[in-house]
Design a protein around this ligand. Sequence first.
Ligand code: GDP
Ligand code: MG
Length: 627
Amino acid sequence: MATMDSLIGLVNKIQRACTVLGDHGGADGFSLPTLWEALPSVAVVGGQSSGKSSVLESIVGRDFLPRGSGIVTRRPLVLQLHKTENGQQEYAEFLHLPKRRFTDFALVRKEIQDETDRITGKTKQISPVPIHLSIYSPNVVNLTLIDLPGLTKVAVEGQPESIVQEIENMVRSYVEKPNSIILAISPANQDIATSDAIKLAREVDPTGDRTFGVLTKLDLMDKGTNALDVLEGRAYKLQHPWVGIVNRSQADINRNVDMIVARRKEREYFASSPDYSHLSSKMGSEYLAKLLSKHLEAVIRAQIPSITSLINKTIDELESEMNHLGRPIAGDAGAQLYLILELCRAFDKIFKEHLDGGRPGGDRIYGVFDNQLPTALRKLPFDRHLSLHNVRKVVSEADGYQPHLIAPEQGYRRLIESSLNYFRGPAEASVDAVHYVLKELVRKSIAETQELRRFPTLQTELAAASYHSLEKFREESRKTTVRLVDMEASYLTVEFFRKLPQEVEKAGPDARGSTPANSANNSAPTMDRYSESHFRRIASNVSSYIGMVAETLKNTIPKAVVHCQVREAKRSLLNHFYAQVGRKEAKQLAQMLDEDPALMERRQQCARRLELYKSARDDIDAVSWAR
Ligand code: GDP
Ligand code: MG
């Protein structure tokens, strides 16, 4: 039979661990509700000065909460009570001060005040950021209690108008969770019909299943009146019995009346009261603590299956996330080198998929050849270069002091060679365009390599080494394509000129076989040779020769570019990187595998959480078997 303590203690332990992990209230990227939310806790709700903090202190049996009139509790206080072995010293611990054990409870109170002010300033403002406090004591029952700011009706001096609503919203956010047990505090010296606590509890828990009605200040009721109507459930019926409480009055507090004394006085009050003596075994803060603890145990017992299933689901989720994040890296150089090469392979595979299809991007290279290059070739300024004026100028210059006699051989050569130079531009532009496509694909492939995500340093180095290789390929490609252009200039296609209709034939008899007799008649054709139509014909011949070369280059430049850049990128993109890695020492390899700190943090968080959930599962198993 698992004892009450072991069950609630277990939940407390889990909640505490959740708290330390920051695993409460969700919003940390885990999709399932957190374990904390699945576990029950007790929230104390009531109007300002109704006695909430006093009730908590009575339950704990210790004097440690800031108390008084006005708004004192300005941040939620999550109070975890851990029962320890008899004879052990009592101490308290704050989540925000994990190393410090408080044995002086006056200092605990001061720290609560200071920590409240740290967030809200010394104002009357409130904050929903909870303070977490654990108390370890043999005199407590295992419980998690949450002290909340009191509900108010009006804002006081120094508070914004919105505070009334803000407090209500904050309190509501705690009590509306189905796992929350509501400790609804109402003062007996006020009409229960005006109780803020009951009003809110009824809204969030209409059936009253999880609401415990607590009536404080019984000692302050007017003489001749009593609270039996409420305590006996006639005034307002709840599923659980009402509990009457007599806390220390302000005067007691001022006189430093000991909590133990106060508890005794409370017991005596009920035992000797003519109105309540018949109820005395079911009144008082000690009884309330036991009642809550018992209820909590029943709730937890009923929830064990769903808690276990939540834990199992979360463990599955965490484990799959761990797989996704990757396991921690091995320490020795061999394993590291192996991992780096694995990662390179994964990247290289994706890069090739981009080029060969399967992934987009490789088609943009074809775009360069099919679109950009032909357009660039078409747009070359041959019109201007082969204008009548320029042709005449180039030809005349080539002729020198003696004008050409038959065909302007030198003029042709010069015109063609200078025209061919223009092809360097589009050739180099194609090389560059493909270079940028490849670079972009490297960048994309790195981003798309899941396995690389955790290694930003390696990503950078891989990119740098790849860019270095691409740069080398570009240079090679540039040289090759320019060479293609130069080759065109270094030997002209004789065929072409052979096929040209010979002007001289039109001008007179066969020019090549001309005899001195014929040349006597040459004055007229010579005139013709320098006429506009003569130069126009030269321009048109050169132009069609250039057109023919453009056609050729349109085909050969892509071949050169693919050969030098694309094919090389597929074959040896990472060679440079491999050479570098091969020279690295163990320490440098480890540096390359430097993980993204955010990721490392996430993995650690995951691992810690996994550990927590697994140990929670073991604990719950143990407790349920013990039943
Ligand atoms: P909270 O604002 O709801 O947390 O209320 P506190 O616990 O701070 O109590 C407000 C004031 O009411 C304090 O001065 C307490 O001493 C006083 N008080 C609370 N409960 C009782 C009670 O049962 N009897 C008497 N006489 N005074 C009480
Ligand atoms: Mg209070």
